[in-house]
Design a protein around this ligand. Structure first.
Ligand SMILES: CC(C)(COP(=O)(O)OP(=O)(O)OC[C@H]1O[C@@H](n2cnc3c(N)ncnc32)[C@H](O)[C@@H]1OP(=O)(O)O)[C@@H](O)C(=O)NCCC(=O)NCCS
Length: 285
């Protein structure tokens, strides 16, 4: 590493100091997002001689054998010197030492760094920028949608786990509590049939995850969340969900950016995006 650069662990108290890295990349995270991720995950960074963070990476647990890697950022002036690879390798070594697998959603800039480290492609995701909301088609009478409450947290986590192949109940409960207006639950015969949660961001309100039994329910949930807050919004939608993508396009949304979901090691079910209609954002899986 070049002289003057020092590697160090990131703590939740570093949230404000590290924020300029994601702002410089044009990303949507705010201080609350960084703090939450650094509280629950392990972050590592590189500081320059003046004490400013110039690079970061972090690993968030999504179960005992699965970690989500995110916030891989290197400031423009320090790129192409191996810092991104170095921090990601560190995170990956920790994950492997626990006998676990690692997933991530790669940007176009990130994917060339991850491929040589042994990550493989799972599926494509488009980031939709949404200025205005379309009307969702009506749902079958058997399915009802209502605001999610704290009492629903455990049911949402239990519904999510087998469909997402992640144990991320603490993330979903955090988002439900943080933005109750974006949190909705779909039920059929009193059983959970889908949910949506979301959060405010630096530049746009992020809607997701949306996990549902089918696309009609996902559309209804998206309509409720998008209708409950003021935009602009963003939603990360797997490309396989054509009806949802078409609904967004018809409402004037655009998808200028994409991600590739990638996996290192084994996480059975992660490749299946059938019930995943929107992500929690690339950084929260
Ligand atoms: C992606 C990012 C973290 C890479 O950081 P970095 O420190 O520049 O990466 P490295 O120096 O470790 O690059 C390792 C290798 O990846 C490949 N690579 C890195 N950036 C590349 C690019 N823009 N185009 C093509 N290959 C690239 C090269 O093979 C490179 O090795 P080389 O420089 O010897 O040719 C940095 O570009 C960045 O912060 N981008 C903006 C945020 C972002 O998109 N992060 C990824 C989130 S998934």
């Amino acid at each position: 590493m070049s002289t003057g650069l020092l590697e160090a662990a990131l703590s939740p108290d570093d949230a404000e100091a590290v924020l300029p890295l994601s702002v410089e990349a044009g990303w949507n995270q705010n201080v609350a997002d960084w703090r939450f991720m650094l509280q629950h995950g392990s972050g590592i960074g590189v500081r320059d001689a003046a004490g400013n963070w110039v690079a970061s990476a972090l690993a968030l647990p999504l179960g005992p054998r699965f970690f989500w890697l995110s916030m891989v950022l290197v400031t423009q002036a320090q790129r192409r010197q191996g810092l991104g690879t170095r921090l990601l390798r560190r995170c990956l070594e920790d994950v492997k030492a626990r006998g676990a697998a690692a997933g991530l959603d790669a940007t176009e800039l990130g994917r060339p760094v991850y491929l040589p480290l042994g990550f493989r492609d799972l599926y494509r995701i488009s980031r939709w920028s949404i200025a205005r909301v379309g009307t969702a088609p009506p749902l079958l009478a058997a399915v009802s949608v209502r605001p999610a409450t704290p009492e629903d947290d455990a049911r949402i986590a239990a519904f999510d786990a087998p469909r997402s192949a992640m144990q991320r109940g603490y993330i979903l409960a955090h988002l439900r509590a943080r933005r109750p207006d974006l949190a909705w639950l779909a039920e059929r015969d009193r059983a959970v049939a889908g949910y949506v949660v979301g959060r405010e961001g630096r530049a746009a309100t992020s809607v997701g995850p949306i996990v549902a039994d089918d696309e009609a329910i996902a559309l209804a949930l998206a309509g409720r969340a998008l209708g409950a807050a003021s935009g602009p919004f963003l939603m990360d939608v797997p490309d396989s969900h054509r009806a949802l993508s078409a609904w967004l396009r018809d409402a004037g949304a655009t998808a200028p950016r994409g991600f590739m979901r990638m996996l290192h090691g084994e996480a059975p079910g992660l490749e299946n995006d059938r019930h995943i209609f929107a992500l929690a954002g690339a950084e929260l899986a």
